[in-house]
Ligand binder design. Sequence first.
Ligand SMILES: Cc1ncc(COP(=O)(O)O)c(C=O)c1O
Length: 452
Amino acid sequence: MAGNQNQTGEQSVNETERYLELTPKSRAIWEEAKNYLPGGDSRNSIFWEPYPFFVESSSGCHVIDADGVDRVDFINTMTTMILGHAPKVVMQAVEEQLAKGVAYNAPNEHQVRLAKILCQRIPSFDLLRFTNSGTEATLNTLRAARAFTGKSRFAKAEGGYHGTHDSVTVSLRVNPDQAGDADRPNALPSSAGLPDGVVEQVLIIPFNDTQASLKLLEENKDELAAVIVEPVLGSVGMVPATPDFLAMLREFTQANGIILIFDEVISFRVAPGGSQQYYGITPDMTALGKIIGGGFAVGAFGGRRDIMEQYDPTTPDGPSVSHAGTFNANPVTMVAGATTLEQLTPDVYRRLAELTEELRKGLRDACAELEVPVQVTGLGSLFGIHFTDGEIRGYRDVAAGNNALRHQMFLGLMNEGFLTASNLVGSLSTEMAEPEIDAFVDAFKKVLARQL
Ligand SMILES: Cc1ncc(COP(=O)(O)O)c(C=O)c1O
């Protein structure tokens, strides 16, 4: 396992071998799992080489794997667990609801409570609907926009992730060599099995390249129902939009009768009213997920009253846009979500943002000391680590980073007891404080030194 001393004086370590040594039970479960589940799981987004560990339990900011290894969780279920794992106040509210039943064939009041909180906080929300995932939320924003405008095509950013439905499975983590010029990206399918015509429905714009995006949007404006964008390009790298990029999108869509959709499934972490409040730019529609369900499966979409009224069954002609879902707004998710959001006061957001800034600074300082080029991105409680000396503005800059080093760092951090996403993006929870931040930075530095 341990090798020779390297130039930094650290023992060089084969991180994969150490991971294998730490996780034999996970490996056995994974081998068994592969008999029934392709690749041994149901979420490709959390597969990593050589195999993911299996979780036995979690509490606060800790996740314990099947081998009993305790790791501090710096990803929090892809940014969902903002209060950490199994927070008492949420668990208690859920237990009280469980005793009364799990899901009904009639609405429940917890839904109203959560809807009211969201409408009060989010500038773009006149009305909203709940779903069971962020995927369903973005699907419905696009459907509503198409119904409202009578047009079909839409624009999204290269590298932007909006869930797993067909329309948005275009130009995700594409190979830049196959994706055309950076300022005029090709739309590429990101999965086999998309229906004919799906890719042609999408105009791809370069995130944060305001002038190039505006040019493309102008050229296609007569065909566009919507522009959908993550105000912080999330799972691909936690890259905040520049204010001028979002302002351009707002101005362009407003001038051309096109629906501007913010996908805030991740960026809702940035401020009590989401990043639209932070940037002071109000879209026509917003998609949500993750933290608003307090750890339970959830999504929500909402926006302008005149757009959302298309869903209203009490109108004389009935709803023009179809929407259903057996588990939509079930009381367990609703009570967990409402209880979670009630904990998230402006002070909590401030504290999380300050801690995360400390983390970003610590990581930059560690890399400067070891003379390793790095860019640490993020906003609020979100962060992304990119091993490159070029500025990170959009997907192509992320793709230019040192992926081999990134993977070794991910494994090394797990070996030292810290979990991030496998592409080194992460988020904090309220269960963390300076000691966790300092410990993460120390471990990061130690693992990085082993790589040199
Ligand atoms: C920005 C964004 N939109 C949509 C989704 C899809 O949400 P879900 O996984 O709940 O379907 C995700 C999931 O990571 C996301 O990050």
